[in-house]
Design a protein around this ligand. Sequence first.
Ligand code: MIG
Length: 833
Amino acid sequence: MRRPFRRLAFLLALLAAHAAPARAGWSSIGDVSAVEPLAQGVLLRAGESAVAATALSPQILRLRYAPDGRFPREHSWAVVRRDFGPVDAQVIEAADHVDLLTSGLRLRVERAPLRLRVLDADGRRLVVDDAERGLSHAGAAVRAAWRLDDTDHVYGLGEKTGPLDKRGRNLGGSHYAMWNTDAPAWDASTDPLYVSVPFLLVLRGGRAHGVFLDNAWRSHFDIGRDARGLLQFGAEGGGFDVYVIDGPDPKAVIERYTALTGRTPLPPRWALGYQQSRWSYTPEARVRRLAETFRARRVPADGLWLDIDYQQDFRPFTWDAARFPAPGRLLAELAAQGFHVVTIVDPHPPCEAGYALYDAGLAGGHFLRRADGSLFSGPVWPSQAAQHAADSVFPDFTRAATRAWWGEQYGPFLDLGVAGIWNDMNEPAVWGTPDGTLPADVIHDNDGEPADHRAVHNVYGMQFSRATFEGLQRLRPDARPFVLTRASFAGGQRYAAVWTGDNTADWASLRQSLPMLMNLGVSGFAFVGADVGGFVGAPSGELFARWLQAALFSPFLRAHTEARTPDQEPWSYGEAWEAVNRRSIELRYRLLPTLYNAMEEAARRGVPALRPLFLEFPDDPASAGRDDEMLLGADLLLAPVLAAGATQREVYLPPGAWFDFWTGQPLAGGSTHTLAVTPESVPLFVRGGAFVFLQPVVQHTGAMAGQPLTVQVYPAADSRGAQYEDDGASLAYARGGFARRSFRQHRDAAGIALQADAVAGRYRGAPRALRFALIGAATAQGVELDGRALPRRDGEAFERASAAWTVRDGAVWVSLRDRRVAFRLFVRTGAMP
Ligand code: MIG
């Protein structure tokens, strides 16, 4: 070859390498060499490699790929259920392909080379292997390359930065890694963070399907970035075990994904109230003052949090005797004022002989060791103790006996009156190691099949929170545990709420919190929140107030800040902001019955309480990328103000009829409205036909009993609603101790007919009034209850009446005594017949 040609060839090779940098070393699966039957599926051999496809249900397909033909043991940290009953799955072999058919899905496997395609019953494409790449492997690493359309939207992936739609703005694509990481002061470009959920939801032409890679190794998701038309994903080891989940409704995808991986249990009600934290409230006098200030200033709150400084020398399960001389007495006093106290517990006991937890853990073989058998230790908080500074050891939470042992340790804390546990640093964070976590050669039990750290890194935090949850459950078998965790993995929603770690007190971090929390919900984590006000740094009064307003729909609502920042409480920014903040928290408490309803739906179906617009409006293109608005349940839309000094806010309302929550005024859906805003503005909208459940402002959830329940009914020709209640604390609901009631309205020219069904379930609350506010019915001429006229009583008289109606602010109000029986209201708005 002459020299210029050689140079050209070199340049071309360089270009080719640049176009597909990640392909080096990857070999694609070859031709199908044998086809064998499997229960509800088919096994395809391709030389040394094998692909197993099984139908778990008509809509859930499991695809496994073993490059060396050997599938790993049946074990999953994430999946708790695979048996959804018998599935009628047919295998049809043809000359050039093999089909696996269920009533809902068709898997077509081309034989030469082996390429996959999953279609639904209508022939819609869910999965299409890239013709060139297919499934591939490089050593122990595995990868798939599936086609993406330009109009696809991709959501989920748990706790990730960036926009709601992971195709990226303008289809720029994105790349995410799954590797739980302590990422202090993360920003919009940080990846990975603390939680790994290798699950995504693809919205394609208004129809959705899910893809779950059940693999706890470091994994990668390239969503159209390396190649615009490709979703490329895989893991660095551990095999390829993927679930393809059809909807086509996006909520059905989440329902099926959480049927596999479990759901967020119903939280204790107090955990849905306002939580106040900082690093750290200490000593006890300061905690007392904090509690008194909430009550004196009449800012509602349920939770007070103790960060690491309550402990003696940062030792798990200890109290600093100087700062907290009598924790039991303190907790009892706070409980009498309606406060629940949550304590932090980190997974890193110091190695110091004489410290009971260390001695017992060592004797029980609970701490992680390296491949050579030596105990692993490294510096974390206990290394900073003023006295007795020591490196820490790390319990092996992938070992059942260790989880049980650790779980027992919470006993004395519960006996003192601790209401919930906060698990931090569980990625785990280890200071002074090259990547801030355990070294790869630390060996874990891995549920009986020892493996090095790479195989279980991403579940360490989840298994820690599991040890906590299961421990609390065993210690108090009839109470709902409350656990908050920083690190977790797919399925971790079964054990703990998640907060998004060390965010920053700036507007960008506030804006980022919305898509992040919504995608956590799409990924099965229904109980989530971000530090209100921001953790790193100090917010202005305006930022704190706007953050609180934006967190109104966050299932977990906690203000928190780092050490040595100024006070970050609702009253810390002067009287004007205090009034704004009080109003935000009051609104949260008014909405608690609706939030509780939504959390019950999350516990039962997996559909998150906090929802992105596309979940309810999958056919609406304008909803697809909307990451500055959100829904609570199906019907309430919040468009918080997210900019400094804002005087107006553009609000997009999806198609349909909408009403302003504050004024009851109708607003057109499918369009954008410009709203003038002030510091107190909380732009809140209600879908036509909605039933919204409200209570009066209470100072804490313990004061809810006997309060009137108000049902706001928004106009629609026909609509339904339902409310769920229980004791808010125990597991009696699982044995029938709940109350569920369905409502139905019909509006026509004659009036509004409202039917309430009899209460289902055995829960009985305290006696109370039941009130209806029928929005858009100001022209009422009379109201009948089960065919008998109710008296009209206005003003104060209405408040006192046991059964009456009135007209207020353009709505008809009806007040009744709340009973369990069915009844029918008729509001006559038209002329007498
Ligand atoms: O190294 O416990 O994300 O919420 O306040 C920092 C102290 C350890 C990190 C958590 C943060 C908490 C802090 N922790």
